[in-house]
Structures are given as structure tokens and as C-alpha cells.
Design a protein around this ligand. Structure first.
Ligand SMILES: Nc1ncnc2c1ncn2[C@@H]1O[C@H](COP(=O)(O)OP(=O)(O)OP(=O)(O)O)[C@@H](O)[C@H]1O
Ligand SMILES: [Mg+2]
Length: 264
């Protein structure tokens, strides 16, 4: 956590969207008072990176993946950070979605409760408060999953509504920089990445040049989506990350929207 802890940390409790809006249409079933068809805490593991030059379709795919994971989770919180209003309004899949932009975490917090099905994007020059907010929300979700009388129980294995976080430009996150060992400022982020499934958070992050952040991040990803990349060092870092040499040769020649999916 940063020294300057944002207001997000005082958020004590946020209800799951499916519980908030009794009448709304998220498909889930109640069985024995428990949420079924929701991912289990500790069992949902997604950290995906979109890598490639500007204008190749990273943000577009990020939205698509947020909606894919939302489906997989049977309804999830969807929050994102962007340096400006840079997400597309239409998707190749033609899926319908509602984007809401916010300038502050406070606005994100209050609108997330009001419109839990929408994608809430904070626009600022620093992505860290959004991640810290997501952690707070994850903890509230975990507490809620245990129920009032089971505070000391282990939340692992409980079904609960997860949080999907999109970081449009990873360079907006200082903690993503650093060497392999990291530095003090990046350590909390490394820990977060390692413990995403325990925090009940799926993270999707975009970066134009994988060298602009620590290569350790890509090494910890569960999936890389590689768009057109021409810079030699960026290509080499993907090679170091385990990409097939035959795929590396294709990277500079990819068309807009074309990508290579790497499971790592
Ligand atoms: N699958 C696709 N097929 C064709 N065109 C696409 C596809 N995905 C995105 N595009 C188009 O490419 C353009 C850039 O998309 P997008 O904003 O997602 O790229 P980006 O990689 O995030 O760019 P930047 O690095 O500048 O943020 C948009 O006009 C978008 O409509
Ligand atoms: Mg983009």
C-alpha cells in the first residue's frame, strides 16, 4: 500500500451486485443460502496482459476479456483505470456494455453501488488507487462470503462475486516498474499479483512495450495477448517470457486487431 492511502481504504463494506439489485438479470442461483455458479475464492486465477504498439486493439480486447470473465464469473464487479477516456464504445463481438468514467475513487465507489453491472473507469495519471480500491472491495467480498457469525473462518473455497480490474496502460502504475527483485515501491504490487486469486481479483493490464515495465510482470501473467510489436528489445523480452520463436517472427507483421495468445 502506498504511503498516501487514498479514501478507498476506508470503504468497509460493499455488497455484491447481485444482492444489491434484487430484480436485476444476472444469472445465478441461490442454493442453501449460498451463491452458486460464482467462482470460488482462491480458485479464480487470471492475470492477463495485452502487449503491443499503439492503436493495435489492446483496449478493445481488454473490454472483450472483461466481458468474457464477467460471463465466466456469472456477474462480477468491473472496474478499470485509464489515462483518459480511451476505451472503445463498440466491440468487434457487438456485445453491449455501459462504460462510466470517474475522476475520483469516491465517485467510482458510489456509482459502483448504484450501477453494479456497468464498467466503471477511473481516469487519472495514477492507477494505484484503483488497485488499492479493488483490494478493499475484495476483502469486503470475502468478509461477506463468510457471513456475520463466521468472521474467523477461512474464506477459501467460498463462492463469491469477484472483481475484474482493467489497467489500460500499465505505465500508469509506478509499482509495475523495477528490476527482477523489485524495489520497495513495487513489492506490494508483486505480492498482489501473486495473491490475486486469494484477493478474488482478476487483473488485465495493457502495455505498449513490455520493456516499459518490469519483465517480471509478464512472467507472472497467466496469459499474454501479443499484438504488433516491432521494437527488438520488446520482442526479446517476449522471447524471454517463453514465447515460441516462430510466433516472435510474426509479431512485427501482425495487422490491427490481430494477436497471438500465449498461455504462460
Ligand atoms: N479486432 C479488431 N479488428 C479490427 N479493428 C480493431 C480490432 N480491435 C480494435 N480495432 C480498431 O483499432 C483501433 C485501435 O484500437 P484500441 O484503442 O483498442 O487500440 P490500443 O492498442 O488500445 O491503442 P493505444 O495503445 O493507442 O491505446 C480502433 O479504431 C479499433 O476500432
Ligand atoms: Mg489503448
Amino acid at each position: 500500500m502506498s504511503a498516501e492511502i487514498p479514501k478507498a481504504t476506508v470503504v468497509k463494506y460493499i455488497r455484491a451486485p447481485d444482492k444489491l439489485d434484487k430484480g436485476h438479470a444476472v444469472q445465478y442461483e441461490m442454493a442453501d443460502g449460498k451463491l452458486v455458479n460464482k467462482p470460488l475464492i482462491g480458485d479464480w486465477n487470471h492475470f492477463e496482459m495485452m502487449i503491443g504498439k499503439r492503436g493495435q486493439g489492446k483496449s478493445t480486447l481488454m473490454l472483450e476479456r472483461m466481458l468474457d470473465l464477467d460471463m465466466e464469473a456469472n456477474g462480477a464487479y468491473k472496474i478499470a483505470h485509464s489515462l483518459g477516456q480511451r476505451f472503445p464504445t463498440k466491440l468487434p463481438s457487438k456485445r453491449v456494455f455501459q462504460l462510466r468514467y470517474h475522476n475520483t475513487i469516491q465517485s467510482l465507489d458510489s456509482w459502483l453501488r448504484r450501477k453494479p453491472d456497468d464498467i466503471h473507469v477511473v481516469t487519472s495519471d495514477d492507477a494505484q488507487p484503483v488497485l488499492e480500491y479493488a483490494q478493499q472491495l475484495g476483502r469486503a467480498v470475502k468478509r461477506d462470503a463468510l457471513g456475520y457469525f463466521a468472521r474467523k473462518k477461512q474464506p477459501l473455497g467460498q463462492p463469491a462475486t469477484p472483481i475484474i480490474v482493467g489497467i489500460d496502460e500499465m505505465v500508469a502504475l509506478d509499482a509495475a516498474m523495477g528490476s527482477a527483485q523489485g524495489k520497495d515501491a513495487s513489492r506490494w504490487f508483486r505480492k498482489l499479483i501473486i495473491s490475486l486469486r486469494h484477493e478474488h481479483i482478476a487483473l488485465i493490464a495493457g502495455i505498449q512495450d513490455s520493456n516499459a515495465v518490469s519483465y517480471v510482470n509478464a512472467g507472472l501473467a497467466t496469459k499474454l495477448w501479443c499484438f504488433k510489436t516491432t521494437h527488438l528489445y520488446a520482442i526479446q523480452s517476449l522471447r524471454a517470457g517463453g514465447m515460441d520463436p516462430a510466433d516472435l517472427d510474426r509479431l512485427p507483421k501482425l495487422d490491427v486487431g490481430e494477436k497471438i495468445e500465449v498461455d504462460v
